[in-house]
Write a protein that binds this ligand. Structure first.
Ligand SMILES: NC(=O)c1ccc[n+]([C@@H]2O[C@H](COP(=O)([O-])OP(=O)(O)OC[C@H]3O[C@@H](n4cnc5c(N)ncnc54)[C@H](O)[C@@H]3O)[C@@H](O)[C@H]2O)c1
Length: 244
């Protein structure tokens, strides 16, 4: 079960954090991995056992994305799995967010996901899988994070549209909504009293998630066994969102 041997997976934002953990998990199941990141991803490549390659890409640059997806096709011959994961988080309130900051965040967190799907799906010749990494912030507003919250709500909505549009091509599309995981994105936040209180009062499992705890879900959603699930939005959050 969950054999990904010879499948080719493109994972964005996999130079560290949750993307790197998903790359390791898919590689363990046999998938070949193409990593897209604006940061150097050679460190991740060294942790992978299967054929893998790092591509330096800016997920807010349309032309850069299109050209790099074409390179992956040249290097690996096909694409089977796309994990849209690259993202940024700016903790700002609406009245002090510059328009440029809003647009940059949306370009990476939303438009980048759309462009990756647009360029990768024509290369998924025998069906495929797309996993969009959203957030519990797409369901419930985090304080002082309006651009981020809006971007993750958009990813949830986009996932459902993609699921409908790509179903005739046997490309299943699902979204993962992580709760709080300590990664380079959240390590500063992890030290704050606010998060410590949330962990002990609002999260039934009373701890943050470990990056590797996302791996099994990513493997399942990438696999042939995930043949009847599409358009699903899956929380992985220690129970955070099961109560108000
Ligand atoms: N860590 C959490 O608690 C948490 C919770 C919910 C959702 N998420 C989501 O999970 C995803 C991964 O986040 P993470 O926590 O691993 O953060 P992270 O900062 O460790 O990883 C994000 C990756 O995206 C890359 N990236 C940023 N801008 C880019 C750009 N313009 N082009 C290409 N790559 C770019 C970064 O270089 C980085 O490697 C994000 O979409 C994030 O919103 C994280």
């Amino acid at each position: 079960m969950f054999n990904l041997k010879d499948k080719v997976a493109v994972i964005t934002g996999a130079a560290g954090g949750l993307g790197e953990s998903m790359a390791i998990a898919l590689s363990k199941q046999g998938a070949k991995i193409a990593i897209f990141d604006i940061k150097d991803g050679q460190g991740t490549i060294k942790k992978l056992k299967t054929k893998s390659k790092f591509y330096k890409v800016d997920m807010s640059n349309d032309k850069n994305i299109e050209e790099t997806v074409n390179l992956v096709k040249k290097d690996f011959g096909k694409i089977d799995i796309l994990i849209n994961n690259a993202g940024v988080f700016y903790p700002t309130i609406i009245n002090s967010t510059k328009k440029e900051e809003w647009e940059k965040l949306m370009a990476i967190n939303v438009t980048g996901y759309f462009l990756m799907a647009k360029y990768c799906t024509p290369k998924m010749k025998s069906g495929g899988r797309i996993i969009n990494v959203a957030s519990v912030a797409g369901h419930h507003a985090f304080a002082a994070s309006s651009a981020y919250n809006a971007s993750k709500g958009a990813v949830i909505s986009l996932t459902k549209s993609m699921a409908m549009e790509y179903a005739p091509k046997n490309i299943n599309v699902n979204a993962i909504c992580p709760g709080f995981f300590v990664t380079p994105m959240t390590q500063g936040l992890a030290k704050t009293e606010g998060i410590k209180t949330t962990l002990s009062n609002a999260i039934p499992l009373k701890r943050s998630g470990k990056s590797e705890e996302l791996g099994g879900l990513a493997v399942y959603l990438s696999s042939d066994e995930c043949s009847y699930m599409t358009g699903s939005i899956i929380n992985i959050d220690g129970g955070w969102t099961c109560h108000l």
